[in-house]
Design a protein around this ligand. Structure first.
Ligand code: FAD
Length: 402
């Protein structure tokens, strides 16, 4: 019997495993994949993510294997751009990183194992339910490993399965398939003129959505596009192709070679309406819909929610209290931390569907440094609002008037 079984060893699962195991909790971490494994992603680590990775003692390693980003540039649909250095509020670091997920997730997993978590690869979990043996309730986790049935027991489960909703639907925690947004990316080598800039492009990208160029080295980049309308017929790969062939990207990628195929993947960003716990189970990261609705970034919230879940799980285990009220306290902690920011970002996204509004915003940002700074902070996940949102308050917050 484990204290906690964590299903999914992405950033959310491995962070939860690390924070629990380092406090002496008996942790089992399960993943259907063998590691190192890739995950389709832009590979961007915002200052929010860097802050948790620093706390986990991983930033120096990541600086070595990744690329440090110190500036930020946004291109409007009319090709005009505005740029600024990264300067965050709230004690967040003044830089971002780009680290391929193949390396990042492996490093995080090894951190969790070093802290004492036991890892089982190739364990595909298909079901979980609460049972009682000798009057002691626990979670029974069932799945398949290398073609054979396997089962595990734990006092508490943490679900960290990302955008893959099969287990949440089967366990009855999600009642229906949530709506998703779509994104796709490919790696390019021999790219000229890459520096320490994180580039977001609304020119050549579908709206609401954007294209990105995130350098993974001085001559290589992760290039991708996200489309942020809930549209089942939207093709991420189709958007990627038209973004790649847009005039500005053709110029930027002249002489560059694509390394590997373009890959698309869905994103859940329904935290504002989705459950964050079930019976004896906490949901972390994208399994709780924790992806920024404006930017599609989710690694930062995966890591942060993992740390918050570990605190709550530790208290539950210590007090042997898994009541609905205790589980709801975890939900409340997530809402206090992320609700206002996500409402604000969802509001800004609606605005980003209009090319004229984006053109005007970039022009205004070029005249006003405070707005430029605010834009950078919003996009990198700095929390700009703390109160219940109204459209007027959101606009004032963005323009720095309140
Ligand atoms: C194209 C694209 C670009 C993106 N770019 C960025 C970016 O630049 N920056 C950023 O911060 N975010 C980005 N995101 C979002 C980010 O990738 C996710 O939000 C993040 O990976 C969520 O982390 P997680 O740990 O919750 O889930 P994941 O990283 O998805 O990990 C889930 C893990 O669970 C395992 N699993 C799933 N189901 C089961 C099961 N039944 N049994 C056992 N194991 C299971 C999977 O194998 C996987 O290892 C992007 C997403 C996409 C699609």
């Amino acid at each position: 019997m484990y204290d906690v079984a964590i299903i999914g060893a992405g950033p959310a699962g491995s962070a939860t495993a690390h924070y629990l195991a380092q406090r002496g909790v008996k942790v089992l971490l399960l993943d259907k994949a063998d590691f190192p494994r890739d995950k389709t992603c832009g590979d961007g680590l915002t200052p929010r993510a860097v802050s948790v990775l620093h706390d986990m003692g991983l930033v120096e390693d990541l600086r070595r294997i990744g690329h440090v980003i110190r500036r930020f540039e946004v291109f409007a649909p009319n090709h005009r751009s505005t740029a600024d250095t990264i300067a965050m509020s709230n004690d967040l670091p003044d830089f971002a990183l780009v680290v391929p997920r193949l390396k990042l997730d492996d490093l995080l997993l090894r951190r969790a194992i070093r802290s004492g978590a036991r890892f089982e690869p190739r364990a595909h979990v298909s079901a979980m339910r609460v049972e009682a043996s000798n009057g002691a309730p626990h979670v029974e986790i069932a799945g398949e490993r290398d073609g054979r049935r396997v089962a595990f027991r734990a006092r508490l489960a943490v679900i960290a399965t990302g955008a893959n909703t099969g287990l949440l639907l089967r366990a009855g925690i999600l009642r229906a398939q949530p709506r998703v947004i779509v994104a796709a990316r490919a790696y390019f080598e021999n790219v000229r003129e890459l520096t320490d800039v994180w580039m977001l492009r609304f020119d050549g990208a579908p709206l609401p959505g954007y294209g990105w160029v995130f350098p993974i080295a001085s001559d290589a980049a992760n290039v991708g596009v996200g489309y942020f309308r809930h549209d089942r017929t939207a093709s991420a790969l189709g958007f990627f192709e038209s973004f790649r062939r847009s005039p500005a990207m053709r110029r930027l990628l002249e002489g560059a070679t694509q390394a590997g195929p373009a890959r698309g993947y869905p994103l859940r960003e329904d935290f504002l309406t989705s459950p964050t716990f079930g019976e004896r189970a906490l949901l972390v990261g994208e399994a709780a819909g924790l992806v920024n609705p404006l930017t599609g970034e989710g690694i930062d919230y995966a890591l942060e929610s993992g740390r918050i879940a570990a605190e709550h799980a530790f208290a539950m285990l210590a007090q042997d209290d898994f009541t609905p009220q205790r589980l709801a306290a975890y939900d409340q902690a997530l809402r206090e931390r992320f609700q206002a920011l996500f409402e604000f970002c969802a509001w800004v996204r609606r605005w980003c569907a209009h090319p004229a509004a984006l053109n005007a915003l970039v022009a205004l940002a070029n005249r006003r440094h405070d707005l430029r700074r605010k834009l950078t902070q919003v996009v990198l996940g700095g929390a700009p609002v703390r109160r219940k949102l109204t459209a007027g308050r959101a606009l004032r917050a963005l323009l720095g008037w309140g």
